[in-house]
Design a protein around this ligand. Structure first.
Ligand code: GCU
Length: 319
């Protein structure tokens, strides 16, 4: 057959654009609202692109912890990661704005920030580093869990508290008088069980879905931070998609974030009951002394060249 004729047939037979499979890594269990929302995003995108773009999700740190997954994404080995603002702080300092303790008055204030202009600016602030954030997933408020009753920061003195690898988390726990121990999420259950650490801090889901409530029995509702999860994608992978597919992906991510919020709200009530049935006591505290101890972080953050202006604007959004 004439070569040109052969090429012509080939062009006519081949689909107009190649099919893409995007690899997404995260550290949560399949039962979490976050995983279900990622599944929802994948289905939404698959349908919108008539099967041209598939997202393959690897949960439970199968491809490495959040930090390792970020590095794999930046090397081009995987396409997407669900991380959170604490872990992200060292990859893109703008996310540090979310890590300031007692920045948000309540979830309305927090959602106004993530859903608004500032939230959008932070998602795009890492563009020059080779990745962007597609959307936020709510992750509730973080509080301490230990086996000791914590009423004031003085009760934290000398306790080894696991933190995420985040300078803000280390500073916060130090100011509250405890000893911060950075560890990845997947190592934490064993660390608690073997008393490598005396406690940790997270939302209720960590007690039930990651089973930390089996080993830590007191959840102290000091609610020091509200740190969003973030769905990230490398610019290299984004550019493999057509403009239309990129818009479809962004729409799928946004839709999944709205869906996730509903799942989260239902889970919070259910998981609190479950944690209590595991023997976890929920301990209400007066937050005044906790807020006072971390106040120096607010003074420093307001002067920070990258996050200072975000912090001012976020404070103005409070009602
Ligand atoms: C939350 C968050 C995770 C994070 C974890 C942690 O569960 O959703 O992204 O890794 O906290 O404390 O490490």
């Amino acid at each position: 057959m004439h070569v040109l004729l052969f090429l012509l047939i080939l062009v006519l037979v081949l689909p107009l654009h190649a099919k893409e499979t995007l690899i997404l890594s995260h550290n949560q269990d399949r039962s979490t609202a976050a995983h279900k929302a990622m599944d929802y995003m994948a289905k939404h995108l698959y349908d919108a692109t008539n099967g041209d773009v598939t997202i393959k999700i690897y949960p439970n740190s199968q491809l490495g912890n959040q930090r390792e997954s970020m590095e794999l994404m930046l090397l081009g080995a995987i396409d997407m990661v669900k991380s959170n603002a604490a872990d992200l702080e060292s990859f893109a300092p703008a996310y540090g704005a979310f890590n300031l303790p007692y920045l948000f008055n309540n979830s309305v204030h927090y959602q106004k920030t993530t859903d608004g202009e500032i939230g959008q600016q932070i998602l795009l602030a890492s563009e020059k580093k080779g990745f962007i954030g597609l959307t936020y997933y709510d992750a509730g408020a973080r509080s301490f869990y230990t086996n000791k009753i914590i009423k004031t920061p003085a009760d934290l003195a000398g306790l080894k508290i696991r933190v995420q690898p985040s300078a803000s988390a280390i500073k916060m726990v130090t100011l509250l008088g405890a000893l911060p121990t950075p560890l990845s999420y997947s190592e934490l259950y064993t660390a608690l069980q073997q008393s490598v650490v005396d406690g940790a801090e997270n939302n209720i889901m960590a007690l039930t879905k990651a089973r930390h409530g089996e080993v830590s029995k007191i959840y102290t509702l000091d609610e020091h931070t509200m740190i969003p999860d973030v769905i990230l994608m490398s610019s290299r992978s984004l550019n493999k998609l057509t403009n239309q597919q990129q818009s479809q992906l962004k729409a799928a991510a946004k839709a999944s974030s709205i869906y996730m919020r509903k799942l989260w709200a239902m889970d919070v009530l259910k998981e609190e009951k479950k944690a209590k049935s595991m023997g976890v006591t929920f301990n209400q505290v007066d937050k005044k002394l906790f807020k006072k101890a971390v106040k120096p972080m607010h003074d420093t953050a307001l002067q920070h060249p990258i996050i200072g202006s975000y912090i001012k604007e976020i404070k103005q959004l409070a009602e």
